[in-house]
Structures are given as structure tokens and as C-alpha cells.
Write a protein that binds this ligand. Structure first.
Ligand code: OAD
Length: 243
């Protein structure tokens, strides 16, 4: 069982409002690849500008669709891990608990988390590439389907490079960050903005900032507590110590 500093346990025991920001690292132990890790990260094997930009989709919708279909398959085959489940348990302890995720895999919801703030969309949903809005996903023929309203390609409902985050999700995340007493940044490289700004906003507004990560990140130096190790071990152990 990892050791936790008493001041961290005290902060978590006395808090009423806790916010958690998760990244790909929380799903790594479910077998979902992260983005930036050497060798195994998606961006080590694939070029983001060919797969995760609106320009890439316009240039080659089939290639982008196929790549997301492959990732949807990975996610469908994955199961929530003890890290996801510990966050469900943590939510039960607080009247004000907000879970903010950069992940598009839906594993928090499958673990039982409710009202998850999805900053980068969800890979299981599709929407019109020309802005008509959400649509049903029919992936039968393996080809990008047309929008039932305007006939343009449907695309994954995820945020691509160069695109804005969904405004309602970003506003909810910002509010959660500035209102919480403890903010946990879990399994994220803290490199992609505006998500990476949330822990800084939380700390600026007076929250105790906690990082859970296997590696050092740009956030490490700003964190009040750094819990080094896999989220699937640290989070359940933390929940147990609080209980
Ligand atoms: P990254 O791949 O950038 O970072 C994953 C982080 O998880 C790294 O800091 C790892 O050290 C850490 N990590 C790996 N395994 C872990 C484990 N078992 N427990 C704890 N930490 C672990 O992923 P994100 O930070 O999520 O955006 O990336 C942010 C965004 O960049 C993604 O949402 C995606 C990507 O481009 C979009 O698709 C819009």
C-alpha cells in the first residue's frame, strides 16, 4: 500500500468539493493506448496532422474514419480498471464532486461515474462534419456515412487539433476547478491546453493540487502532492485510506 502524507489525507477528509481531471493514463491499465508515451503512445506511431485535424478529414475521410473505427474497437474491447472504479467511490464521499476527462473512451461512465465532463468529446458518438449537429452512428459498411440532414460526411464527435472545446464542458470544468478545495490531476501529461490550465486555475483559486502520474510532467513542480505510480493502484489505495 503506498504511503500518503497526513496533510493530503487531512485535506481530502475535510474537503466538500473535489475535482478530478483525467487523461489517457487512467485508461492505460485498461489497455487503451496513451498519446505521448515513447514507443506505445499513439502519436509515436501515427501523425496527428494526418488523422486528428479537420484538414486531414477533408483530405481523406476514409483514412480518418478507419483509424477511429479501429480505436472504437479497442475501447469497446477494454474494461474499466480499478482506477476508474476508485473515482466512482471517491465521488460518493463528496457533496461536490466533479470528474473532468480529456478521454474520449467512455470508460469512466462504464465504471459508473455520472455527469462526467467530457472536454474532448466521445469516440462512440458521431456528428455532421458541416455542423448540423449530432447523428446516429451506423458503421455497417466501414465507410464514413452521410449526414441524414445535409449529406456531408459524418465524423467522430471528438475535438481535433485546431478546434475549440465544447463551450459548455469547458465552462463546467473551469467552474469545478475554481470552486474545489482539492484538485487531482490523474494520468495526464498536462501538455494540451486548455485542459492543462485547469489545475493551475484550481491552485490559483486556493485548492490543494495533487498529481497522480507514473512520470514527471510540467505540472509536477506546481503540485502540493505528487503521487508517483499507476492510477489503478494509487487511487484505490487512496480511497481505502480515506474510508
Ligand atoms: P498523454 O499520452 O499525453 O499522457 C498520458 C500520461 O499518463 C503521461 O503523463 C503518462 O506518464 C501517464 N500515465 C501512463 N500510464 C499511467 C498510469 N497507469 N497511471 C498514471 N499515469 C499514467 O495523454 P493526455 O494527457 O490524456 O487530445 O493527452 C491529452 C490530449 O492529447 C488527449 O486528450 C488527446 C491528445 O492529443 C485529443 O484527442 C483532442
Amino acid at each position: 500500500m503506498p504511503e500518503f502524507p497526513p496533510s493530503l489525507l487531512n485535506a481530502l477528509r475535510s474537503a466538500r468539493r473535489v475535482a478530478v481531471l483525467t487523461g489517457a493514463g487512467v485508461s492505460a491499465e485498461s489497455g487503451v493506448p496513451t498519446f505521448r508515451e515513447a514507443q506505445t503512445g499513439l502519436w509515436a506511431r501515427y501523425a496527428p496532422e494526418e488523422l486528428a485535424t479537420p484538414e486531414a478529414f477533408r483530405a481523406n475521410p476514409q483514412r480518418v474514419w478507419d483509424w477511429y473505427a479501429w480505436r472504437r474497437g479497442l475501447v469497446a474491447a477494454a474494461r474499466p480498471n480499478p482506477g476508474h472504479r476508485a473515482l466512482v467511490g471517491l465521488a460518493k464521499r463528496y457533496s461536490g464532486f466533479r470528474l473532468i476527462t480529456q478521454n474520449v473512451d467512455g470508460l469512466h461512465q462504464r465504471a459508473g461515474s455520472r455527469k462526467v465532463i467530457e472536454l474532448h468529446g466521445n469516440i462512440a458518438r458521431v456528428k455532421c462534419s458541416e455542423g448540423c449537429g449530432p447523428a446516429e452512428c451506423h458503421d455497417g459498411a466501414g465507410r464514413p456515412p452521410p449526414c441524414p440532414r445535409c449529406g456531408a460526411w459524418l465524423r467522430p464527435d471528438v475535438v481535433w487539433f485546431g478546434e475549440s472545446l465544447p463551450p459548455a464542458a469547458l465552462a463546467a470544468a473551469h467552474q469545478a476547478a475554481v470552486e474545489c478545495q482539492v484538485f487531482l490531476s490523474v494520468g495526464t501529461s498536462a501538455l494540451v491546453y486548455p485542459a492543462a490550465d485547469l489545475p493551475i486555475q484550481a491552485k490559483g483559486a486556493g485548492a490543494v493540487l495533487v498529481e497522480v502520474n507514473r512520470e514527471e510532467t510540467p505540472l509536477t513542480a506546481r503540485a502540493d502532492h505528487v503521487l508517483r505510480g499507476p492510477a489503478g493502484e494509487i487511487l484505490p489505495a487512496l480511497l481505502e485510506r480515506l474510508s
